[in-house]
Design a protein around this ligand. Structure first.
Ligand SMILES: *Cc1c(COP(=O)(O)O)cnc(C)c1O
Length: 444
């Protein structure tokens, strides 16, 4: 057995900047720090010299991820990375100086597969070491639920319980959530998404459930954050290949991130801190515009507005939960590193159309928010550096929006067509803690 990396970071709360921190797997199992803050690494380990020679995202992960994790054996982390990250992540050219990194080829067709699959395998490794089980409890309205269900399904020591608002997710999303999976229960709550979130929070605080090994897998978990930083490196490597230069001599990039909870952007900033040459990140938000207003000096930190529903609904977040982490990471440097913009639904649909007409590319509404953000950034700052925009979901997940934007039949995807034929299982739940308690204690 190879020993863990001795110079790997520990994880400390954003509210205890001078603290010693805890080992990785404690941060992984806790989600939120005890003082209510978010975990950040005590230092950023340097990239291994050979990172840009990796031939796949999985191989890159196996080289880089163990340096971030000090308390699991190196080969366990390598195995988790090779298994979880065996996903196709192509860099698709749109024009001479714009590329799209497609994070849309995982089993549930959004970038959330990357973090969920890796977190599942790291948690499984921690449980095999420590003994015991975990029950992942998540409230979901969009891509997180299906990615978590798929990523954690079949793990011997892990159960998953998903709560979603009945009748308030699209039929396609509902089929993705309720597809029969080993160890996964889907609970359709007779209420709103806010009811689901409230129930999850209450369950975590409920003394009657304190003996259950409840764990959260939302985007503040370091187990999702760290693996997401890997595809930024992978993108830089692919771009260097495409342009015939060495990654470390490629000069600065512009990286565009369609953002909601700001987990994805935070992961990019970690990759940058580790040595990825990025000149500017573009944070492209929909009408939920707290962060762009903050960057422009037009919003006070932590004064969050209510959430507004939009066509790019996976980014409908009024109060981004990773803001505290990003703030701790960047401080007064935020506006120099990140350029932000807010794109409304009309401009999202217009950009979907332009990108289809000019570049022959069908973008999902979230990806279109990013591409509109890039166009605005270049209008402001000039073209110059090559740009990579993250494609965060496959357009086949949003047929209604595609049909509104483009004069073509929306694309389909075999992973979604297969769902219609597959078995489903769902339980109904009244929106009360008593009902959730009963469901959880009932067991499987
Ligand atoms: C979750 C999600 C986002 C937003 O990512 P954050 O990490 O929350 O900023 C963007 N696009 C899609 C398709 C998503 O599912």
């Amino acid at each position: 057995m190879t020993l863990p990396a001795s110079d790997a970071p520990r994880y400390r709360s954003t509210r205890a900047p001078g603290g010693d921190g805890v080992p990785f797997t404690r941060a992984l199992r806790a989600g939120l720090a005890e003082d209510g803050g978010l975990y950040l690494p005590t230092h950023v380990p340097p990239l291994p010299g050979d990172w840009h020679e990796a031939g796949s995202l999985a191989e890159l992960g196996a080289r880089v991820l163990p340096n971030w994790i000090g308390d699991l054996p190196r080969e366990e982390v390598e195995r988790a990375a090779r298994d979880a990250l065996a996903l196709e992540v192509p860099l698709v050219p749109l024009s001479d100086d714009r590329w799209v990194l497609e994070l849309t080829h995982g089993p549930t067709l959004s970038f959330k597969d990357v973090g969920a699959r890796t977190m599942a395998r790291l948690l499984d490794a921690a449980l095999r070491r420590d003994g015991g089980r975990a029950t992942i409890l998540v409230a979901t309205s969009g891509d997180t639920g299906s990615a978590v269900a798929d990523g954690f399904a079949g793990m011997e020591r892990i159960d998953v319980v998903l709560l979603y608002p009945e009748g308030r997710v699209s039929p396609l999303q509902e089929r993705q959530l309720t597809a029969l999976r080993e160890g996964v229960r889907a609970l359709a709550v007779e209420g709103s998404f806010d009811d689901c979130q409230r129930l999850v929070k209450e369950a975590f605080r409920d003394p009657a459930l304190a003996h259950l090994p409840l764990t959260s897998a939302n985007s503040i978990n370091v187990g999702r954050l760290l693996p997401q930083s890997l595809y930024y490196l992978w993108a830089a490597r692919l771009l260097a290949d495409a342009r015939g230069v060495r990654p470390d001599e490629a000069g600065d990039l512009v990286v565009v991130v369609p953002s909601g909870n700001l987990g994805n952007l935070t992961a990019g900033l970690l990759a940058h801190a580790a040595g990825l040459p990025v000149g500017r990140f573009v944070a492209a938000h929909n009408a939920n515009d707290f962060f762009p207003r903050f960057l422009g000096g037009r919003a006070e930190g932590y004064d969050f507005p209510a959430t507004r529903p939009t066509l790019s609904n996976a980014m409908d977040v009024g109060a981004p939960s990773n803001f505290e982490r990003l703030d701790a990471l960047l401080g007064t440097d935020a506006a120099r590193r990140v350029w932000g913009t807010s794109v409304d639904d009309a401009d999202t649909l217009a950009r979907m159309k332009t990108v289809w007409e000019e570049d022959g590319y069908v973008a999902c509404p979230h990806t279109a928010v990013g591409l509109e953000g890039l166009a605005r950034y270049r209008a402001d700052a000039g073209a110059g550096a090559p740009a990579i925009a993250l494609a965060t979901a496959h357009p086949a997940k949003f047929p209604e929006v595609v049909a509104r934007a483009l004069p073509i039949a929306p694309p389909t995807h075999p992973a979604l067509e297969g769902l219609a034929a597959g078995a489903e299982r769902v339980e109904r739940l009244e929106p009360t803690l008593a009902s959730l308690r009963e469901a959880l204690l009932d067991g499987r």
